[in-house]
Design a protein around this ligand. Structure first.
Ligand SMILES: Nc1nc2c(ncn2[C@@H]2O[C@H](COP(=O)(O)OP(=O)(O)OP(=O)(O)O)[C@@H](O)[C@H]2O)c(=O)[nH]1
Length: 606
């Protein structure tokens, strides 16, 4: 049979039918054919004879060549695929289905073959071609959109019109080519959700890939960087796109996601502010304490914004807790008409007085925070920052307000008299508050790829700074302008914050951006405190006095206390996991102190 194949392919390419073709077709489709597999494959096996004259039955082929297919090709009706058989051909005599309704051979009534003009079989499916269907669908969509746009401009104040949601073609008043062509007119309307406003669509419209870069693909291209450099001196704009509550080993935090106009990164603010969650914490805090809230999140984003939309983005509507049904958070008061808090009653602190928020500007470190790398202490630092911020803070009693009286010994001269008989010697503790601004500035701003390359150079003996320089980067390429704007948005830039860092550049950078820093709080690696006798309490690097008498305790006790705490607290993962250590970490820390000017002493034993 292979010898016959070229003849067949010739016909396929020239699309003309010769008598030889028709003879071949007749042979192939004849019930008496002895050609075995090509005879239609109806169970016949080909029989040959061996040289010795013995009968040899060739194995049957279960997938016979389809004579129907061959005849269709010869009939010159173009390419035929198996899909055509299922569609039901419109023309009588065309193949409605497979084998069973095989056409009769194109013959004259007298039984002879028609040689010159074989009847053409026109394949016509009752289903429109895909391209046609797609075209109609596209037209339907465009028509619906145009319809909406014109309605939107007429009703620009209507909440739903602002959303520009394509209507279903079966909606009243919309004549859709789709519905008319394919009989969708009676399709039931989609069910509406409980809230008539489609929240997700509204939010998606309000938050494209990046609020400030609506056409962005998420990839920061060099030309874009170059074009923004002209306005680099301008302050970046930031907007908190959403906030949610997350329970952690250090208590519940509020995670805020920010977009900004300077880079395509989604930076985060992890706010620890227990008074927003716990009435007891609220009672224990000074009464004038303000909640840490994002201004941009709290703003009304559009006319007719619904409660549900605000709730979904976490915009201070209802309480964010599991199963919460809404219910407004009480409006903030200026504190004057609020009863004195527990702490104030105990020690008589001034209601104006409160601890400053503790702030950490933390740079993303995939290796340290996700796979627990001990080439650096970044994971530990993030954990330590959250722990420190969540910890109750000491609040020294305000100087007792005095009133005057007239002394009997010296009539006429006012004598100051303390308003309270005793001033407590110990500070009182109030709930901690603060923020970790989590900046997506991996590898001190050079990115993960370059950091990985830098690690390989470090394995050749170079330190972190030299490795960066060898790759053509600066030792530290981070900026603090976006972080400063986020602090401003949270209302913390002007109140004077306590900054958790050893890095002098961070202090300067934030200061340059207008953030008021009232105190720098050092961060001591846990490996330099626990077991090294560094004398800073639980490796917190806090200003002294925050821990209850921690300075006086021996190191062994501190270590034990830390271990106790670590084992007691709930939570899985690197946050709350413990300390990083090892020779590579030691080298990394040393380089920070010796080459980058970090403000921390290297302990003797290291
Ligand atoms: N290029 C580079 N970056 C690193 C390396 N190890 C850690 N990092 C990055 O360094 C950043 C953390 O910055 P550090 O300089 O360690 O600390 P810092 O935040 O400036 O200083 P502190 O506030 O005192 O902690 C994170 O983005 C890490 O990904 C390294 O070997 N090379």
């Amino acid at each position: 049979m292979p010898a016959m194949m070229p003849a067949r392919s010739t016909h396929m390419s020239h699309n003309t039918t010769t008598q030889a073709d028709l003879d071949l077709l007749s042979l192939l489709t004849s019930d008496q054919s002895t050609l075995g597999p090509l005879s239609g494959g109806r169970g016949h096996a080909a029989v040959t004879h061996t040289q010795e004259g013995k009968k040899k039955v060739l194995p049957r082929r279960d997938s016979p060549m389809d004579a129907l297919m061959i005849s269709a090709v010869i009939a010159g009706s173009g390419p035929v695929t198996r899909h055509h058989f299922g569609h039901g051909m419109a023309r009588p005599g065309a193949y409605a289905s497979c084998d069973e309704s095989r056409p009769t051979s194109p013959t004259h009534e007298n039984g002879t073959f028609e040689a010159h003009s074989p009847p053409k079989v026109i394949m016509k499916s009752t289903q429109a071609p895909r391209s046609e269907r797609l075209r109609l669908e596209r037209e339907a969509r465009e028509a619906a959109l145009n319809n909406n746009t014109s309605k939107d401009s007429a009703l620009s104040t209507s909440p739903t019109s602002a959303m520009n949601i394509p209507r279903h073609p079966s909606d009243k008043g919309t004549t859709s080519p789709l519905s008319s062509s394919f009989g969708n007119k009676d399709r039931p309307r989609r069910k509406m959700s409980m809230d008539p406003t489609p929240v997700t669509q509204t939010l998606q419209k309000a938050s494209p890939v990046n609020y400030f870069h609506p056409n962005s693909t998420g990839i920061q291209s060099p030309p874009l960087m170059a074009s923004t450099s002209a306005s680099a001196s301008a302050r970046p704009k930031v907007r908190c796109m959403a906030r949610t509550r997350v329970p952690t080993p250090h208590g519940e935090v509020f995670l805020h996601l920010y977009h900004n106009s300077h880079d395509m990164k989604e930076h985060l603010a992890i706010v620890i502010d227990p008074i927003q969650l716990d009435p007891q914490a609220k009672a224990a805090a000074p009464r004038r304490r303000k909640e840490i809230r994002s201004k941009s999140l709290d703003e009304k984003w559009r006319e007719g914004e619904t409660e549900m939309e605000r709730l979904v983005r976490g915009a201070y509507t209802g309480r964010l807790r599991p199963g919460a049904e809404g219910g407004r958070i009480e409006e903030e008061t200026d504190g004057d008409d609020v009863e004195m808090s527990q702490a104030e009653q105990e020690v008589g602190i001034d209601s104006q007085q409160d601890v400053k928020a503790l702030i950490r500007i933390h740079s993303e470190c995939y290796t340290g925070e996700t796979i627990g790398s001990m080439r650096c202490d970044c994971g530990e630092q993030l954990d330590e920052a959250l722990r420190s911020i969540a910890e109750p803070q000491p609040l020294l009693a305000a100087k007792n307000p005095t009133h005057t009286t007239t002394s009997p010994e010296s009539p006429g001269l006012p004598t100051p008299v303390p308003s309270r008989p005793e001033t407590p010697a110990e500070p009182t503790y109030v709930p901690g508050r603060g923020v970790v601004i989590y900046m997506r500035q991996e590898g001190r701003g050079i990115g993960l790829l370059e950091k990985i390359r830098a690690y390989n150079l470090q394995d050749l003996g170079h330190d972190t700074v030299t490795a960066n320089l060898m790759l053509g980067h600066g030792a530290d390429e981070r900026k603090y302008d976006v972080a400063a704007e986020i602090l401003r948005d949270l209302g913390l830039a002007d109140e004077g914050v306590r900054l958790l860092t050893n890095n002098p550049e961070k202090v300067e950078g934030l200061g340059r951006e207008g953030v008021k820093i009232s105190e720098r709080v050092g961060m001591v690696p846990r490996d330099w405190t626990i077991g090294h006798g560094h004398g800073h309490g639980l490796g917190l690097g806090h200003s002294q006095g925050i821990l209850h008498g921690a300075g006086a305790a021996t190191m062994g006790e501190e270590e034990k206390e830390y271990e106790d705490w670590r084992l007691r607290r709930a939570g899985v993962g690197l946050i709350g996991a413990g300390k990083a250590s090892g020779p590579e970490l030691e080298k990394y820390l040393r380089t920070k102190v010796e080459r980058m000017g970090h403000m921390i002493d290297i302990p003797d034993k290291v």
